[in-house]
Design a protein around this ligand. Structure first.
Ligand SMILES: *[C@@H]1O[C@H](CO)[C@@H](O)[C@H](O)[C@H]1NC(C)=O
Length: 751
């Protein structure tokens, strides 16, 4: 308690003393000792003993000391020298803050007598603080569109020092866009401002890291820094950019729908919506392109949507737009060309530009049958078309121009062999695999009259028994003609050679349509044994063609003639007296009876017998006159060919023929006379008359040569021979080794 009281008393004293000293004018004003802040312990501040005029010898005795607890912490008095020394370092800023001056009043007290002295210590600022920014990092956002000259205030740095030790300047790290402008406030403090000097481009540089330095005025100066981060804010100042201004791609025309063709890429360095690119077809893109291709708006993938057809369009060219989402939006276009690659997807097409349809079979080789053109809309080898027809046809293809062909005949045509053709034309292209088309050209071969009618037989033999009825069908002479139409329409006619003395139409009639031959009269074998005529078959072509057939008509013998007795001569019904010598012996030849029968063969085979004999024992007649051979039944065949009855095949026909010349000739004359009588009804006998009769009946040219030779029918009684002898046969053909000239010469002689 006393101490407290004492202190309080001390303060009172002190105040009084200070007042006194001042008042006494010992020190007018204050004794002030400057000392740098932060001075170390023991630092000399001033010599108070000297300044207070105190005897240094007595200092210890008088116990000079600093008054006050606070000051005693920092100062002490060295009692030997009377010096004021720093006891603990003093932080000016802790003591005085940011006050421009920092004065510490000090009081000193001595005892014996108690005295009080007063002095000041000026804590002199030492530049012990560097400027400091409140934050080490300063963030600043500036739109890239900000105009040069724009200012952006920056936060101040702080410096605990004062005066010249406080901040005196700011610096900015060097860069080409920004500068620093520092303004001085009225209180003297500095305010830094960032000044934009050159336009910004976020897309080039989106942020800047600058160093802002604050420097104080101390010596040496101290500084503090802060990082200044300038972020450049985006403005939609960039259009999307395609990597290429034009693209060219190719795709097979057969590419399936959905196929990815290309992925377009456009970059936009802007940020956010301004950098969001969407793709679309440019406004003027035609609908067919929009239908064929699909463009994804965000990925830029162009895919095939519809079927492509090289043949209708072999490329597409259109523009694609890339647009960003900024406001206003910016856009750019690129052009895209899609080339289609041909695929062999078209078969050749065959067009028959003209065709004959019908061609006469007489057409020359090389005749144009049809004109053909082929088309293949594919390109390259896919559209190279070749044409062919089957090998075996008589036609060929010729090509004058590319894809133009003519179908021509390459050989002779024959309608009768083949009357129409289906010509398969095959067009193939050269694609891989090739495609082909077939088309059939029909061609009719029209008829030309190139075939004459033809009879089934070159010659015709007809057998008709004599005594036929007029109108009987003798034969049908069918001919055929392989041509067609009128060229095959046949009519038949009789050919009547001029030199023929007997007209065929006098004994037959011919149906001109059917070729049927009818008899117009009854034939008499004994007059007519064979007839010959020619029939012509003629078509109606232009010119007409014809052919002839020779018809030989053979009249077959019927037994329609009774034998007639030639010798001994007697009128029918009259007697024929024969004189006999008075005494004849048996076996005496009374007479030789000769009878002839105008029929032939067996019909003419005459036998003899006595009808009215007074005494059958007195006379006898031989039945057949010798060993006469039965006649041949078929006289049309040569001797060797005769199917024969007995006596004809054995060749033993060397019967008894009248031995002397007279008998022979007389017999022949009689036969001819008989024949003549039978022919013209007269009973005239005599050489040559018969010939006349024949001519009258059959025509002037119809001589003995044309009359059937019936001499063979006359059997010489007592012999087995006929008048023709064994060698001369009826058909006039000489048998092998025979001397048929004998009969002929005989006839000639008679004539
Ligand atoms: C060929 O002839 C037949 C029969 O007359 C006829 O139907 C066809 O149309 C003809 N063809 C041609 C190509 O003239």
């Amino acid at each position: 308690m006393l101490r407290k009281v004492g202190s309080w008393v001390e303060i009172c004293w002190g105040a009084t003393l200070l007042f006194l000293i001042c008042h006494l004018g010992y020190v007018c004003g204050q004794i002030r000792y400057p000392v740098p802040e932060e001075s170390q312990e023991g630092t000399f501040v001033g010599n108070v003993a000297q300044d207070f005029l105190l005897d240094t010898e007595s200092l210890s005795a008088r116990r000079l000391q600093v008054a006050g607890e606070v000051n005693q912490r920092h100062f002490r008095v060295d009692l030997d020298s009377g010096a004021l020394l720093i006891k603990n370092p003093i932080d000016r800023e802790a003591l005085c803050g940011l006050s421009a001056s920092c004065i510490v009043p000090l009081e000193f007290v001595t005892e014996g007598p108690l005295e009080m002295y007063r002095a000041e210590v000026e804590i002199v600022d030492v530049n012990d603080h560097a400027p400091r920014f409140p934050r080490q990092q300063l963030d600043l956002e500036i739109g890239e569109a900000a105009p040069p000259g724009q200012r952006f205030p920056l936060e101040k740095a702080q410096d605990a020092d004062v005066g010249s030790n406080s901040i005196s300047s700011y610096r900015l790290s060097s860069n080409e866009h920004f500068a620093l402008d520092v303004k001085k406030r009225s209180d003297g403090s500095l305010v830094p401002e960032l000044l934009l000097e050159k336009p910004l481009d976020r897309e080039k540089q989106s942020d800047y890291r600058l160093v802002l330095t604050a420097v104080d005025g101390g010596n040496p100066p101290r500084s503090g820094t802060a990082e200044l981060r300038v972020s450049v804010l985006d403005v939609n100042d960039n259009a999307p950019a395609f990597q290429q201004s034009s693209y060219r791609i190719s795709v097979l025309e057969s590419a399936p729908a959905g196929m990815l063709l290309i992925q377009l890429n456009a970059s936009d360095p802007d940020l956010g919506p301004s950098g969001n690119v969407t793709f679309s077809f440019s406004g003027h893109t035609p609908d067919r392109v929009r239908n064929l291709f699909s463009l994804h708006p965000t990925t830029g993938k162009l895919t095939l949507q519809g079927p492509l057809d090289f043949e209708s369009e072999n490329y597409y060219e259109f523009d694609i737009r890339a647009r960003d989402g900024g406001s206003p939006a910016m856009e750019q276009h690129c052009s895209l060309r899609v080339d289609l690659l041909d695929v062999n997807d078209n078969a050749p097409h065959i067009t028959v530009t003209s065709e004959l349809g019908t061609l006469p079979e007489s057409a020359e080789p090389g005749t144009v049958v049809a004109l053909i053109s082929v088309q293949d809309p594919d390109s390259g080898s896919n559209g190279d078309v070749s044409l062919r027809i089957p090998d075996h046809l008589p036609f060929a293809l010729k090509s004058a121009f590319r894809n133009q062909f003519s179908l021509v005949t390459a050989g002779p045509l024959d309608r009768e062999a083949k009357s129409s053709y289906d010509i398969m034309v095959t067009a193939s292209d050269a694609g891989n695999p090739p495609l082909s088309t077939q088309r059939t050209i029909f061609l009719n071969i029209s008829d030309v009259n190139d075939n004459p009618p033809s009879f089934f037989q070159r010659s015709h033999e007809v057998f008709v028994p004599e005594n036929n009825r007029p109108g009987d069908l003798l034969c049908s002479l069918a001919a055929s003609d392989p041509d067609s139409g009128l060229n095959a329409l046949i009519s038949y006619s009789l050919l009547e050679p001029r030199n023929r003395d007997v007209s065929a139409s006098s004994f037959i009639s011919l149906n001109p349509q059917t070729g049927a031959v009818h008899a117009t009269r009854s034939f008499d074998y004994e007059q007519t044994q064979t007839l010959q005529f020619e029939v012509q078959a003629r078509d109606r072509g232009n010119p007409p063609l014809s052919s002839t057939v020779t018809v030989r008509l053979f009249v077959l013998d019927l037994n329609d003639n009774a034998p007639a007795v030639l010798r001994p001569r007697a009128r029918p019904g009259s007697l024929c007296p024969q004189a006999l010598p008075p005494s004849v012996g048996a076996g005496h030849l009374v007479t030789k009876v000769t009878a002839v029968d105008l029929d032939s063969g067996y019909n003419a085979w005459v036998s003899y017998q006595l009808l009215e004999a007074p005494d059958p024992s007195l006379f006898a007649v031989s039945r057949y006159a010798g060993e006469q051979a039965p006649p041949n039944t078929d006289w049309r065949f040569s001797q060797a060919q005769r199917p024969g009855t007995s006596g004809s095949q054995n060749g033993d026909e060397t019967g008894t023929w009248p031995n002397n010349q007279f008998d022979t000739e007389m017999l022949q004359a009689m036969i001819l006379a008989s024949a003549s009588e039978a022919a013209d009804g007269s009973s005239t006998l005599g050489g040559g008359a018969g010939t006349m009769g024949l001519s009258a009946r059959y025509g002037p040219q119809f001589t003995l040569q044309h009359v059937p030779d019936y001499r063979q029918n006359v059997y010489i009684p007592g012999s087995n021979a006929t008048l023709t002898n064994a060698a001369g046969k009826r058909d006039g053909k000489a048998p092998a080794g025979g001397n048929g000239s004998k009969k002929k010469s005989g006839k000639k002689e008679k004539k």
